[in-house]
Design a protein around this ligand. Sequence first.
Ligand code: NAI
Length: 268
Amino acid sequence: MGYNLLKGKRGIIFGALDENSIAWKTAQSVHDEGGTFVLTNAPIAMRMGQIDELAKKTGSQIIPADATSVEDLDNLIAKSVEILGGKIDFVLHSIGMSVNVRKGRAYTDENYDFTAKGWDVSALSFHKVLQSLYKADAMNEWGSVVALTYMAAQRTFPDYNDMADNKAYLESIARSFGYFFGKEKKVRVNTISQSPTATTAGQGVKGFDGFISYAEKMSPLGNATAQDCADYTVTLFSDLTRKVTMQNLFHDGGFSNTGVSQEVIEKF
Ligand code: NAI
């Protein structure tokens, strides 16, 4: 169901790999709400994923960009403004990857080249996206930029590994860049801290099935799904949240404020 919340708005959506991706659901919801956008992903993901199908469904163009490359980002932003016919109103950063996790390296046995690569992809890329938008003056006033994060930035989840540190850095960028983007261009910058979600990135975390079931039992409203996250993101792109900025917004069915639930107690 659409409310035309994003009618006339233009954006860029990073990170739709397949139909499970949070960015995929978000693209569909934004489309349903009347928004138009360019889809982007890393060149390698173009070959692995099914982004063409999403582009067709939503009438969007695809521009490949490695989010760690400032050159790629500058090109993406310039071309998006051209294709969409004006400045940008919304951007979704839905990008995450840890090489240590992928290669099965424990947090206490990090390979620092892997750590640096994962940090560049998962955290610094957010600064790069914001800085490229800022320098190109590519955002409209009252525009909105959202990145996705996880609560391991605040509390320890051992198997989340170095992604916890990457998410802490990402959330800090939203506050720090949000100040400048707000002050000078009236653009808001937020992170959504999402429940565990069954996607390619999510399932890469060791013990993910236990993780997601535990969160489900701990959350009074149950886990937020990828579609729930898409809906929430639409509100943050809309004009109904114009004074929300520099926030890390928990979107987790109440998990983050629950000490323990009856269901979990009963397991003991
Ligand atoms: P996903 O695997 O569908 O999406 C991750 C995306 O990052 C992929 O499309 C991938 O191609 C892209 N990517 C990787 N390296 C890139 C690069 N160098 N340049 C551009 N794009 C690159 O998984 P999901 O879960 O939809 O992930 C989206 C975001 O949500 C990530 O930031 C993730 O950490 C976050 N998140 C996921 C949760 C989960 O349990 N799935 C929970 C909380 C946050």
